[in-house]
Design a protein around this ligand. Structure first.
Ligand code: HEC
Length: 469
């Protein structure tokens, strides 16, 4: 298989593989985000609950509960405890012990915890930890919460903190120092995140292995389907090329072997024409000569094509006067064209210089192009041969006023055995080899040949020879 095709298959596979992987990774990240968002929502709901409970408590300025042996007494509010007339003792539960006690229950039964922490705490146990301090001080005005995932000794934790601002109801216990609206601290929620984190990680690994598996699958598919197919195609191409070469060789051998006896026929017919006095026989002999000349032409063209195709056309380039060659070819073809009443004229500037070409082969190119132009032109028209030398090299053109070529046939006129739908104007023969030979000879010289034509507008064939030839 040729390297270009392999390169394309490989790049296509690479691009597809990368696309699949990025989609998978994108999905994994998205899931990660979703799980994180889920934890955040849960923490937020818990903070809401804690806040509601706390607000309920502070709205009453704390609540009194009966003082029994199992009820803890807070040293900060003990002064407000009292004994009712019926002898029962009551102790004030501020929002703090209430939240702490609820949190303790939550921690034991559900594995999460919350607490209230203060920037200037009455009770030193409410001093914020490093994360809370950083989160509270990093809050922007109007922000309702700060969240984060932290590594703790017991595993990963999801944390959030919500700011608490003072209002009038706080004053009864906290005094009026802060005034309303000052940031006093926050409600902090901690959720275990270890399991979720592990799930995210597992998910990520699963996605990664899935994309790796997909990639392998992709690679294998590409390998078996395309790679193998291309390999087979290239093998078939090689086989076809070999067959084609055999065909060319056989054709060449046949043409070569036909030429000798044909030359005999032409020679003998020539002799017969000299000797024969009978006008009827002379007519037949002329017919034989004409037919064999046409046959010889075809055989010669076949030989040329096979020679070129099998790489046996050895060019013998030597410095050749281009103008001289053109003039000679124009003169020769003008003579033949006169029979059809077609003028072949040269418009050649001086200074075309010499180029290193095989003069015989190059003359064949010019003869083919000019005789072709004559073949497809009507009487009383002109075929013009021109040339120019410029910075890019030499161009030589043959322009006719003939029948022209249909647009859809333009691309194939240089193909072997291609016959355009338009016919030669005087029933001349055409085997579809002349232009193929032109193209091959020009290309063996490193040049190019092109055609410009439209039906009814004539055709212009241009041969370009590279600079420095
Ligand atoms: C019933 C009395 C009472 C009321 C009303 C009250 N608090 Fe407190 N608060 C306390 C006590 C007592 C503590 C500390 C005791 C503890 O941690 O056990 C405290 C602690 C705090 C803390 C933790 C930091 C610290 O100082 O230890 C914050 C923050 C706080 N309160 C905010 C508020 C806000 C905001 C309000 C008003 C919406 C409020 N409190 C209303 C009694 C009260």
């Amino acid at each position: 298989m040729d390297r270009g095709a392999k390169f394309y298959v490989m790049s296509a596979g690479l691009i597809l593989g990368t696309a699949v992987c990025s989609v998978m990774l994108g999905m994994a990240f998205k899931q990660d985000e979703m799980l994180h968002e889920q934890a955040r929502k849960r923490a937020s709901a818990l903070a809401d609950m804690a806040m509601l409970a706390r607000d309920w408590n502070t709205a009453y300025g704390g609540v009194f509960v009966e003082r029994t042996p199992s009820v803890a007494v807070s040293p900060f509010t003990e002064g407000r405890d009292f004994t009712a007339p019926d002898g029962k003792a009551y102790t004030l539960k501020s929002h703090m012990p209430m939240i702490r006690e609820i949190s303790e229950r939550a921690r034991i039964s559900n594995g999460f915890a919350f607490r209230i922490t203060g920037l200037e705490p009455l009770n030193p146990v409410n001093t914020p930890d490093d994360w809370e301090k950083a989160a509270l001080s990093g809050l922007k005005p109007g922000e309702r919460e700060a969240t984060g995932v932290v590594e703790a000794p017991g595993g990963m934790q999801f944390r959030s903190v919500r700011p608490l601002y003072s209002d009038a109801s706080c004053r009864s216990c906290h005094g009026g120092s802060g005034g309303s609206g000052t940031l006093m601290g926050g409600i902090s929620v901690t959720l275990p995140y270890q399991d979720l984190h592990a799930a995210i990680r597992r998910n990520f690994i699963a996605m990664l292995s899935l994309s790796a598996a997909l990639l392998v699958l992709f690679g294998l598919t590409i390998y078996f389907l395309i790679w193998k197919m291309l390999d087979r195609l290239s093998r078939q191409k090689a086989e076809l090329a070999a067959l084609n070469e055999t065909k060319d060789r056989l054709l060449g051998m046949a043409a070569h072997d036909l030429r000798t006896p044909l030359a005999g026929v032409v020679g003998l017919a020539g002799l017969l024409r000299e000797e024969s006095k009978d006008p009827l026989a002379l007519g037949f002999v002329e017919g034989i000569l004409e037919s064999s000349a046409r046959m010889l032409g075809l055989i010669n063209e076949l030989l040329d094509v096979t020679k070129i195709n099998t790489g046996k056309l050895d060019l013998k380039p030597r410095p050749t006067d281009i103008k001289g060659l053109l003039v000679e070819s124009v003169r020769f073809n003008a003579m033949l064209a006169r029979q059809k009443d077609i003028a072949v004229v040269a418009e050649l500037p001086d200074g075309l210089g010499t180029a290193s070409v095989d003069p015989d082969r190059f003359k064949q190119v010019l003869d083919n192009l000019i005789s072709n132009a004559v073949k497809y032109s009507d009487p009383r028209t002109t075929v013009t041969v021109g040339a120019r030398l410029d910075a890019d090299g030499r161009s030589i053109w043959v322009q006719d006023q003939g029948v022209g070529i249909k647009e859809e046939e333009l691309g194939r006129v240089f193909d072997e055995f291609f016959k355009a739908s338009s016919r030669p104007t005087a029933g001349e023969s055409s085997h579809g080899l002349g232009l193929a030979i032109v193209k091959k000879i020009v290309e063996s010289h490193g040049g190019t040949v092109s055609v410009n034509s439209a039906p009814g507008k004539g055709s212009r064939f241009v041969v370009r020879l590279p600079k420095g030839l």
